[in-house]
Write a protein that binds this ligand. Sequence first.
Ligand code: IMP
Length: 204
Amino acid sequence: MSEAIEIIVATNNKGKLAEIKAILTDFPFRVLGLADIGFDEDIEENGETFLENSLIKARTIAAMTGKYVLADDSGLEVAYLGGKPGVYSARFAGEKATDEENNAKLLRDLHGVPREKRRAAFRCVMSLASPGKRWVASVGRCPGEITFEPRGSFGFGYDPIFFVPKLGKTMAEIPLEVKNRISHRARALERMKTLVEDFVSSPE
Ligand code: IMP
C-alpha cells in the first residue's frame, strides 16, 4: 500500500486545524499542523492581499519542508470603509491590538453610520502549494453587517459585531458547528476540496 500524502496546514490555531481536518476527512491524506512537524518559525505576512499572504505562508513552508502546504488568510471587509480593515484585520487598532480593541475601533469608525450602510463581509483565501512551485487557491465569502454594539461570546475576532442577516444573530451568538457551515473559511475550504485531489496527483 502506498503511503498517504501529507498535507501540512500552516496554522498553530487548533480550531482552524480541526475545521480543516473535518472537511478533508473523505480524502486519503494525512493532515498535520505546524506543531506536528515541529515548525515554530514566524513568517512575515507582508502582502497587500489575502491571496499574497496565504501564498507567502504556503509556498515558504512547502519549500522548507518539501511537503504540500495549505494556508489561509482572512479578514473583514467593510464597504463603508472601502474594504478596510482587510488584510489589516488582526492589527486594525494597532500592532498588538486585542479583539476588543479592534472591535471598539471599528464601531468608532462607523459611529453615526446607519444600518443600511454597515454592510460587510468576511473573506478567506486558501492556498495550496506543492513542494515544487505549483499552487492553487480558492476564495470564500460570508456576507453580513456591522452591529452597533457587541453581542454574544462564541468565536473570536470580529464575531460579536458581525451580524448574519439570514440567521438573525451575530457570529458570536451562533454555535461553532453552525459557523463552520457558513463561514468564509468553510466556503473556501469546500471549494479547495474540489481542487485538492487533482492538484496532488499532478506532476510538478
Ligand atoms: P487570520 O486569517 O487568522 O490571519 O485572520 C486575521 C484576522 O481577521 C483575525 O485576527 C480576525 O480579526 C479576523 N477574522 C478572520 N476570520 C474571522 C472570523 O471567523 N471571525 C472573526 N474575525 C475573523
